[in-house]
Design a protein around this ligand. Structure first.
Ligand SMILES: Nc1ncnc2c1ncn2[C@@H]1O[C@H](COP(=O)(O)OP(=O)(O)OP(=O)(O)O)[C@@H](O)[C@H]1O
Length: 249
């Protein structure tokens, strides 16, 4: 579904991603975890070319994004939704308008826009919030609007950058439930960046552990209860795998 091949990215003198290769399989919920500054968000943003790699190739659904014209890239990006830690809603637009704008930008057929917006807002449980503004919503409701917006163009992949980091534990569980529904009911492949082990363990099938701009390991997630972590890559692997044995994905 997504294939990164020897992808590198630097900012000024700093090498944020060092020749990383990774495949995200169709239909999975793939977690990316690691200490602060490990390169998780940069790696995610390389998947839809929000960050342009210095070297390497990015392929989504069989199409190579790197070297694509910006017109073709805009087209492919419709199949890749994204949500963020701080929701990124437009403050002076209503809930309805926040979702509708992504359809306008993608030239979604005008006649079908209203029903598509309503469908997405119903899916996330906000069918009665159309005329509210972001300031009138809780954090969890804001993230639901952002999810509805990301779903509007019927993406095949949803990239989630710390989607629950600004939320309390109960709201986090609600939002993770919405993401699981999107995966199981709509068949959307999900990539989720989080520094929270609880989040990763609760919904991910496979997990990539990042350290210093590189992949330390990719493992199948086998929950065995939450423990404290010292934030080292080895500790992440230990917590994600049964009896400390690596189960390489
Ligand atoms: N636009 C940028 N300009 C300069 N440096 C950047 C930029 N984006 C990221 N970096 C640097 O690249 C490194 C990796 O950043 P990234 O945000 O990918 O890490 P992360 O693992 O997601 O960290 P966190 O969990 O703290 O968000 C960090 O050292 C960061 O300061």
């Amino acid at each position: 579904m997504i294939r990164l091949h020897n992808v590198s990215k630097h900012f000024s003198q700093f090498q944020a991603i060092k020749s990383v290769s990774l495949t995200i399989n169709k239909g999975e919920i793939h977690g990316i975890i690691g200490a602060s500054g490990a390169g998780k968000s940069t790696l995610l943003r390389l998947m839809n070319l929000l960050e342009i790699p210095d070297r390497g190739e990015v392929e989504v659904n069989g199409k190579t994004l790197t070297h694509m014209t910006s017109k073709n890239l805009r087209q492919v990006r419709k199949s890749i939704g994204m949500i963020f830690q701080h929701f990124n809603l437009v403050a002076n637009k209503t809930v309805y308008e926040n979702v509708a704008v992504s359809l306008e930008l993608a030239n979604f057929p005008k006649k079908e826009r209203r029903s598509r917006v309503l469908e997405c807002l119903h899916f996330v449980g906000l069918g009665s919030f159309l005329d509210k503004y972001p300031a009138q919503l809780s954090g969890g409701q804001k993230q639901r609007v952002a999810i509805a917006r990301a779903l509007a163009n019927k993406p095949q992949v949803l990239l989630c950058d710390e989607p629950t980091s600004a939320l309390d534990p109960n709201t986090t569980a609600d939002i993770l439930g919405v993401l699981e529904n999107i995966n199981t009911r709509l068949g959307v492949t999900i990539v989720i960046v989080s520094h929270e082990m609880e989040v990763i363990k609760s919904i991910c099938n496979r997990v990539t552990i990042m350290a210093d701009g590189e992949i330390y390991d990719t493992v199948l997630s086998k929950p065995k209860g939450i423990q404290n972590t010292d934030n080292s890559p080895a500790s992440f692997v230990e917590q994600l795998t049964k009896d400390g044995e690596l189960d390489h994905a």
